[in-house]
Write a protein that binds this ligand. Structure first.
Ligand SMILES: [Zn+2]
Ligand SMILES: [Zn+2]
Length: 365
């Protein structure tokens, strides 16, 4: 059986569970580990049976719970290399200093070389790498995706639960001791984990345009236009069922149109209503980013795709990543219904809306 369960969709967190054959994967981990597990249980899914996490791009609403969840389960994480590097940069504080501070640092290093301890003036000591990093991270954020907690904080929250890693995962990727289910070994590794926020049990790289498999699920990643390092959508297939997955894209490229054919399920972004965005609360620069060719799909753009490019084959069409500030579920629904009016039947093009705050009903094939 193939099963598709959207746990959350929107600018405060994205996460979907896909099961096929004996394999179960998570696409994105934008909820905190605790909330992610809570929603999986609500949807009748057992977190301990997950085999891997696959990441579309490094924006916070897609990776916020990644490190904690991957460590807790001891499962591999699949990224593109550029996305993995961007995620690591996001987690690693970058120190910046003024020219005066740099001169002081040079003096200190010269003094140390000569064996003379030299007390640094306060401004240098006052450089808080984390605070500085926060100020440099704007480019890693999506305007539709607000600042959220970094994993270190969630780590502390979830540490109490960390005593039961997944011992039934069937993944074949080798990694350090976490996957063994050995509680003592896990506790031994805790100080290391705290020291290394970017540590993951195992990392696998994929490339857009090159299919790969995780157990019984085949994945075909394809490039989407979005302001991230190397963002992708996916077509996932198992047991002859094809699931298309595309959110966070500024427009539907010819290749995306090509990929989203012959599907049994299509999950597609319907992020904002153009008028609501134009009249809404965001600063003009942010509106420009959302509207840009590397921003998000509007209801109108999604409607245009469904009308003119979509082949009408899917049993289910799920609208996803709806903006809470610049959209209304009814506006997105009406636009898509208009596009599908002649094609919606009991067997095809059933329209659903993925939600931010609760899981969507699991879809079984
Ligand atoms: Zn994004
Ligand atoms: Zn997003």
């Amino acid at each position: 059986m193939v099963r598709f369960t959207v746990l959350a969709s929107g600018s405060r967190g994205n996460c979907t569970v896909i099961s096929g054959g004996r394999t179960r994967i998570l696409v994105d981990a934008g909820l905190s580990c605790r909330e992610l597990f809570r929603r999986m249980k609500l949807a009748g899914e057992d977190p301990a049976t997950l085999d891997a996490i696959v990441i579309t791009h490094e924006h916070q609403d897609h990776i916020n719970g990644l490190a904690v969840t991957a460590r807790k389960l001891g499962v591999p994480v699949y990224f593109s290399e550029a996305t993995h590097r961007a995620w690591m940069r996001w987690l690693t504080p970058r120190r910046q200093m003024s020219y005066a501070q740099w001169l002081e640092l040079c003096r200190k290093q010269a003094a140390e070389r000569q064996g003379e301890p030299l007390e640094l003036p306060d401004p240098v000591k006052a450089v808080d790498p984390i605070a500085v990093a926060a100020s440099t991270e704007a480019s890693d954020c999506d305007p539709e995706e607000p600042e959220t907690e970094k994993p270190e904080k969630i780590d502390a929250e979830c540490a109490a639960d960390l005593s039961q890693p997944n011992s039934s995962a069937t993944h074949s990727v080798s990694g350090p001791a976490l996957a063994t289910g050995d509680e003592a070994a896990l506790k031994e590794t805790m100080p290391t984990l705290k020291d290394e926020p970017t540590w993951l049990p195992s990392v696998e790289y994929f490339e857009a345009g090159k299919s790969f498999t995780i157990g019984d699920i085949a994945l075909s990643p394809f490039t989407i236009p979005h302001d991230a390092a190397d963002p992708v959508g996916f077509v996932l297939s198992a047991e002859g069922i094809r699931l298309g997955f595309a959110t966070d894209l500024g427009y539907v490229t010819p290749n995306v149109k090509h990929q989203l054919r012959n599907l049994d399920l299509l999950l597609l972004e319907s992020n904002h209503d153009l008028d609501m965005l134009r009249d809404g609360p965001y600063p003009w620069s942010v509106k420009q980013r959302v509207l840009s060719r590397v921003g998000h799909l509007s209801n109108e753009a999604t409607c245009e795709f469904l009308t003119n490019s979509y082949d009408g084959q899917a049993a289910y069409v799920i609208l996803a990543h709806l903006s809470e500030n610049n959209n209304l579920p009814d506006l997105a629904r009406v636009a898509a219904e208009r596009a599908l009016v002649d094609r919606a039947t009991l067997l095809a093009n059933r329209l659903l809306l993925a939600e931010q705050d609760q899981p969507l009903v699991p879809i079984n094939f």
